[in-house]
Unconditional design. Structure first.
Ligand code: NDP
Ligand code: 2IT
Length: 451
């Protein structure tokens, strides 16, 4: 008798948890997708007989390796590196690298799983992957970061390639780190190819890639509001994080006439009731990127602003919320506080920043809620455009890329509506994104047979 995949939701999730012990972030991400996919699959026999959900929630491979490097004091340091190649049904593995002490296999498996559906949603031919290390770049000298990146790439290079797997940045990995890693890849292989994205403009990077994730998240927010006959202009926004995604989200909200009143880092959040203007955003960018400072110093620099140590910004009254720091940074109680304070829309710039219970609060309250795999897809989308430019050996103009990013975000919004419109004026964007992303990958897998 054939093994049936007609198991119920609870049995499926028990299996996922049993096979992935001590991996709460990964099982959380699978559950969030499975909650929507079970209903959708109900009458689709091929998905069951071909065990698609079971196969899609098992990474193609997880590579784990040792990374040794020497610090400035001459000590030998040992870190762990990973690349999770989750699924390449619709294109080469694609997804960022994260350097943060909290990185482990569970975190990277969740990120690679999410990336698979996100990349499908962009409409571009990219599979899903993610990688990184528990290396902490904070407090390290440039030379130390360089030596770490070179050592990391000395192992990673054999697993990646322009048509195989194309990493990029994520938390703790920006232009500096991509430069060091690209230099080492080129030195080892002698190949100048589009093997990484987020590169510098001098050596094959794409215009607007640094801005793309934050801008894209605000474009998605704008589309949700437009769908309800509303706009960003005049709205107050609360943003967490102060890195690449958060600062560019703040910039676009400000450009569209909204007012951003908070930003944060792992030390706490700043509240500036006057609004964080472009000039102040530029200060934050320079402070965090070049001076590698802390957000707390914003309150010393700008009058009227206050710093709230160890706190998150979700209790500040707002119309719009954009969590742009990290996973599980907005819990059930904070989701309730946002709804109670009149927040009408949330767009996730980070990956899975809202806990599962928090997402249920937003869904129940029927506020506009865009999950990361839809709202933050602008970054990887422009990475996909960087790959195309590298293959063509040319660079597209900034205006062309700005328009393409907007078109892609509008396309993703449309795909979410197609599967998430509940018919009563409410759009379940989580459901829409999950089904649209899943369907494309699943149908490609069906075409390949059992592989
Ligand atoms: P950055 O490293 O540029 O910035 C990260 C920000 O988040 C910093 O302000 C950092 O504060 C804060 N942060 C990180 N970890 C924690 C934590 N454990 N608790 C509280 N705050 C924390 O990263 P990005 O802006 O690139 O990434 C932010 C989020 O966006 C991540 O979830 C990432 O996966 C997601 N994302 C990024 C994309 C990109 O293109 N870069 C694309 C799509 C999603 P501190 O300085 O104190 O560490
Ligand atoms: O989470 C993400 O989408 C990213 N960190 C960007 C990935 C990429 O390949 O540009």
């Amino acid at each position: 008798m054939a093994v049936s995949d007609h198991v119920d939701f609870n049995t499926f999730m028990e299996g996922v948890k049993r096979r992935n012990p001590h991996q709460p972030e990964f099982t959380q991400a699978v559950q969030e997708v499975a909650e929507d996919i079970f209903d959708f699959m109900e009458d689709k026999e091929a998905y069951h007989s071909q065990q698609i959900l079971r196969r899609i929630s098992e990474p193609d491979r997880v590579v784990s390796f040792r990374v040794c490097w020497e610090d400035d004091a001459g000590n030998i340091r040992v870190q762990r590196g990973w690349r999770v190649q989750n699924n390449n049904a619709i294109g080469p593995y694609k997804g960022g690298l994260r350097f943060h002490p909290s990185v482990n296999e569970s975190v990277l498996k969740f990120l690679a799983f999410e990336q698979t559906f996100k990349n499908a949603l962009t409409g571009l031919p990219m599979g899903g992957g993610k990688g990184g290390s528990n290396f902490n770049p904070k407090g390290k000298s440039d030379r130390e970061v360089m030596r770490f990146c070179q050592s990391f790439m000395t192992e990673l290079y054999r697993h990646i390639g322009a048509d195989v797997d194309v990493p990029a940045g994520d938390i703790g990995v920006g232009g500096r780190e991509i430069g060091y890693m690209f230099g080492q890849y080129k030195r080892i292989t002698n190949h100048f190819t589009g093997v990484l994205t987020g590169k510098g403009m001098e050596y094959g990077g794409s215009m607007i890639r640094p801005e793309a994730t934050g801008y894209g998240a605000v474009y998605f927010m704008q589309e949700m509001l437009k769908h309800r006959g509303d706009e960003v202009k005049g709205k107050t926004a609360v943003i967490s994080g102060s890195g690449n995604v958060a600062t560019h989200a703040a910039e676009k909200i400000t450009q569209l006439g909204g007012k951003v009143v908070t930003m944060s880092d792992s030390g706490g959040f700043i509240h500036d009731p006057d609004g964080i203007s472009q000039e102040k955003i530029d200060w934050i960018k320079a402070h965090k990127t070049h001076r590698r400072g802390r957000i707390s110093e914003y309150a010393d620099e700008f009058k009227g602003a206050t710093f709230h140590e160890g706190k998150r910004p979700w209790h500040v009254k707002c119309d719009l919320a954009l969590p742009c720091a990290t996973q599980n940074e907005l819990d059930e109680a904070e989701a309730r506080a946002l709804v109670a304070n009149g927040c009408i829309a949330v767009a996730e710039g980070a990956n899975m920043p809202t806990t599962l219970a928090g997402t249920h609060v937003f869904k129940h309250a029927k506020i506009m809620f865009a999950p990361g795999k839809a709202a933050n897809a602008g970054g990887v989308a422009v990475s996909g455009l960087e790959m195309s430019q590298n293959s063509e050996r040319r660079s597209w103009k900034e205006e062309e890329l700005q328009q393409m990013l907007l078109d892609i975000m509008q396309g993703i919004h449309g795909r979410c509506i197609a599967y998430g419109d509940q018919g009563d004026g409410y759009v379940d964007y989580v459901k829409g994104a999950n089904i649209a992303g899943f369907k494309k990958v699943a149908d490609a897998m069906l075409a390949f047979g059992v592989v």
